[in-house]
Design a protein around this ligand. Structure first.
Ligand SMILES: *[C@@H]1O[C@H](CO)[C@@H](O)[C@H](O)[C@H]1NC(C)=O
Ligand SMILES: *[C@@H]1O[C@H](CO)[C@@H](O)[C@H](O)[C@H]1NC(C)=O
Length: 204
């Protein structure tokens, strides 16, 4: 069963069993690359605020590719060099094992804020979070990591309109420049169809 099917089932079940009005979570697409300063600022600023204040009404779909280039020989070239490629793959592998935002977000937040975005930093975050570095390290240095990179390449290529910069933010699949800064919470709140909006949605 796919994650999407499970999510739909969960929403349906919540509707039946809870009786409460339940609405689909807003899908927030975060098209990023590991070493881009604006991506890090977005994660540490607006995204962290949104996670804390309205985290219950959206799902984070992090896509680690950004402005990387897939060359004809199949190799990948990254905007900020080799370390960026390595960390993009670390993020892709982490997403493979720690997919849900309650798992992935603490890692990204740790890497971007508490610890510098380096390979050592990633490992320290894993140890702080008690995540399994062995699994991700193996993924990083194998075909598995490369295949995940290509999956995120595909996802980035599929953007309509194509992304022009990073971070590139989509709200329910639509590019929304407002959401790339302080308008993030407003954009998510507006897109949310549920009646039970968090308090932060009505704050100015
Ligand atoms: C960590 O991952 C490795 C490789 O997938 C696995 O062999 C090991 O059992 C895992 N360790 C824990 C504590 O889950
Ligand atoms: C990416 O897309 C291409 C063309 O649509 C497809 O052939 C390839 O299998 C996809 N790769 C991955 C990893 O999803």
């Amino acid at each position: 069963m796919s994650i999407q099917t499970l999510a739909v089932l969960a929403v349906v079940l919540a509707g039946f069993c809870g009786g409460a009005q339940s609405a689909e979570k807003v899908q927030l697409g975060f098209y990023s690359e590991s070493l881009c300063p604006d991506c890090i600022d977005f994660a540490n600023g607006p995204l962290e605020k949104a996670m804390n204040e309205i985290g219950s009404i959206f799902t984070l779909n992090y896509v680690p590719w950004g402005n990387a280039i897939l060359k004809n020989d199949g190799t990948i070239e990254c905007q900020h060099g080799k370390l960026e490629c390595t960390l993009n793959t670390v993020e892709a592998c982490t997403l493979y094992y720690y997919k849900t935002e309650t798992e992935f977000w603490p890692f990204l937040h740790c890497l971007d804020e508490k610890i510098a975005p380096t390979l050592d930093g990633a490992q320290q975050c894993f140890s702080q979070l008690s995540y399994n570095w062995t699994a991700v390290d193996a993924c990083l240095n194998s075909e598995q990591g490369y295949k995940l990179d290509l999956m995120y390449y595909n996802e980035t290529q599929a953007l309509k309109p194509p992304h022009e910069y990073t971070p590139w933010i989509t709200v329910n699949g639509k590019h929304d420049p407002r959401a790339e800064g302080s308008g993030l919470i407003k954009a998510i709140c507006e897109a949310y169809t549920g009646e039970d909006k968090p308090d932060a949605c009505s704050q100015k």
